[in-house]
Write a protein that binds this ligand. Sequence first.
Ligand code: FE2
Ligand code: FE2
Length: 307
Amino acid sequence: MIQLTISSDGLIKSATGSELLEVFSMTDEELVGLPYAVIDKEQLEMGIHTRIFVQRTGDTIPVQMAVFRKNGEWMVWAQPLLGDKQDELRLQASEVLFQSIAYVTSCGDPELKAHVQRVGKYARFCAERILRWNTLDAKRLELAALVHDVGKITIPSVLRLKPGELDHDERRYIEQHTERGHHVIVALEQRFAKNALWMMDQKLLHFAKDVTLFHHENWDGSGYPTNLSGTDIPMAARVVKMLDVIDALLSHRVYKSPWPWRKVKEQVILLSGTELDETLVKELVLHEPDFLRLVEVTHESIPSVEL
Ligand SMILES: [Fe+2]
Ligand SMILES: [Fe+2]
């Protein structure tokens, strides 16, 4: 915790805290006597704020601050958000954005809306239980899974929801939702790079780019859009691919009714080594009781919608 006292003429009267150097790149001796505006151009404002400080190195650091008055002087208590805390803050901001993207993508398509939410929950389970990723990476995979079909926003619903067989051109057009989704995330990244890069979790963007582009690749290289195969397909995309297939089989589609879990499991095992990563399928089967419980709870709270 950093504590600053600012005198009525706006000068820093005292500065204490072991993180002073880390946040301001200045020692207490350097800070005392300087105008407060040197470190915070927003000046003093009573209340609790999150501010971004630009360090001497040019790096930015988010800081939570409490600003109040005591005995005619301004007191500033600041808590820098370092390491995991900083990542948590970025993920919280990113979650709002990714949930909004998922919402907009699936407007007018309640089954797509439910599908991406369910796949997100399954992805988090796989990240935590199968891949044994840490909590933040599991959250990142959940959010990336939420936007895996964002490219569908560019596909007219008359085509997306068309019952019956699609011709070659229609199929090709729908398949483009992978590249188009990837473009959406890249465009988002570029906008944040211009205005507010500190707010965006870089690893999440990385996962989201992998998942949007590669979630229809097959383990044997027969998928689309790039025919990537095996471990060349990023892990995040391999997981979402498996869960995308599972959720589609368990749910209503314009061309099929929901399948029971027993039949879905048989199909997933059949596809392992060709469409799906064999190791992931094996691991999922090992965790079947817990996964099935999650599937049941999730389908109850986010049911599949017949269109
Ligand atoms: Fe897709
Ligand atoms: Fe999907």
